[in-house]
Design a protein around this ligand. Structure first.
Ligand SMILES: [Zn+2]
Length: 402
């Protein structure tokens, strides 16, 4: 990436360069920056648009999802004719239309904490635009591993949160020490959202990112501020966040045992309906390449309304009870079916919209990790098999089938 600006770029950024806090030097600084944006949904579209137009030279975008009609009221990078397309591909071409002088790298899947370390080590900042707690915790851990600052935001209804966490200071997990189980905190897809709220919060998130990139980029600030915003009344409240001794990330770092303490946290892989259908070979199930155990965790009453072909049924509550309460030997004796679930290949869990599947997928993941720790799984299973949770659940699946 060039460290100077062409005559066209000088015209494009003219109003920004006029501003003392940016200037020519600041604009070049932005151009030589790399920012990874995780999630190209409501927050992501707003943050990406602002970061691209402001002139961040290299954007790395992660998202596993595809454009759906219910995204369009708030995710302004997408159009009706993009429905069914991978979000990152559409976002890349639209952002390059807005600013052709930047570079965009796209990754069409969820972020993976260890697998993506190398790719992200060049990033100056990671912007978290996801809407799931497990993803946010994963990003916070990765930012600690790489010692990269973390611009966090979230939206729920008309309320939002924005914070910048510095690598050697308080982090996301200092605030949220315990991850809520699936369904306790709902995403926009599950709880609903007014279109303007993620656009406002995403733009604020981009602002803190740009402020950081234009600054001297401190790493050792211990305190952070979590800004709580009500978009409806413009009220905001600033909370000071101190590094917590009981934080699972900061305390692990202090004892230099990052992996042993943090890696055990359960992070199943989110997967979109479109990706599953692609892997199944869409029209003809008999030709499908991918053959996971498909696990429906809805109630019997919900299942009567329809289900994914080939799925087995296990209600979420009773399966989680089996997985959590019994030790594995007892489970093997008492409940052969749930034990076998643990020891077979890939598992795809779904419910009506997502929260129960997230909860079950995490419980399965924890139980499988216990088996791995006890060396009770084969090497093949350990190396290759994953637990996936279907984002949007059967509701999204049946919409796609129409
Ligand atoms: Zn922490």
């Amino acid at each position: 990436m060039s460290h100077s600006l062409s005559p066209e770029e000088l015209k494009f950024y003219d109003r920004q360069i006029q501003l003392a806090q940016c200037g020519y030097k600041g604009q070049v600084r932005l151009k030589s920056s790399t920012v990874a944006v995780i999630g190209a949904g409501g927050l992501g579209c707003a943050a990406l648009t602002a970061l691209a137009l402001t002139g961040v030279g290299h954007l790395i975008i992660f998202d596993f999802d595809h454009v759906n009609i219910s995204n369009l009221h708030r995710q302004s990078l997408y159009r009706h004719h993009d429905i069914g397309q991978g979000k990152v591909k559409v976002a890349q071409s639209r952002l390059l239309e807005l600013n052709p002088w930047i570079k965009i790298t796209i990754i069409e899947r969820a972020l993976r904490r260890y697998a993506d370390l190398e790719l992200l080590q060049e990033a100056d900042l990671i912007v978290d635009c996801t809407d799931r707690f497990s993803a946010r915790a994963n990003i916070a851990a990765l930012c600690k591993d790489l010692q990269i600052p973390h611009a966090y935001a979230s939206v729920s209804g008309t309320d939002g949160q924005v914070a910048l966490f510095y690598p050697q200071g308080a982090c996301f997990r200092c605030v949220f020490k315990h991850l809520p189980t699936g369904g306790v905190i709902q995403s926009c897809d599950q709880a609903g959202v007014i279109g303007v709220s993620p656009q406002m919060i995403g733009a604020m998130q981009a602002q803190i990112a740009v402020d950081y990139l234009l600054s001297d980029r401190p790493k050792s600030i211990k305190k952070s501020s979590l800004n709580l915003i009500t978009t409806q009344s413009f009220k905001s409240y600033e909370m000071t966040i101190q590094q917590a001794k009981t934080c699972p990330l900061c305390s692990a770092l202090a004892e230099t045992k990052v992996e042993s303490k943090v890696a055990a946290e359960p992070f199943p892989i989110p997967i979109s309906v479109e990706e599953v259908q692609k892997r199944f070979g869409k029209t003809n199930r008999s030709e499908k390449q991918w053959q996971p155990i498909i696990l429906d965790v809805r109630t019997q009453e919900e299942r009567i309304l329809g289900s994914i072909e080939g799925s087995i049924h296990y209600e979420a509550t009773s399966l989680i009870e089996c997985l959590e309460q019994a030790d594995l030997t007892t489970l093997q004796e008492a409940n052969r079916e749930s034990y076998e679930l643990l020891t077979q290949g890939d598992i795809l869990v779904y419910c009506a919209r997502g929260p129960r599947a997230e909860k079950v997928a995490r419980a399965l993941h924890i139980a499988r990790q216990k088996l791995i720790a006890k060396n009770e799984l084969t090497h093949t299973l350990r190396a290759q098999n994953e637990i996936y949770e279907l984002v949007g659940g059967y509701s999204r699946w049946s919409e796609q089938a129409k």
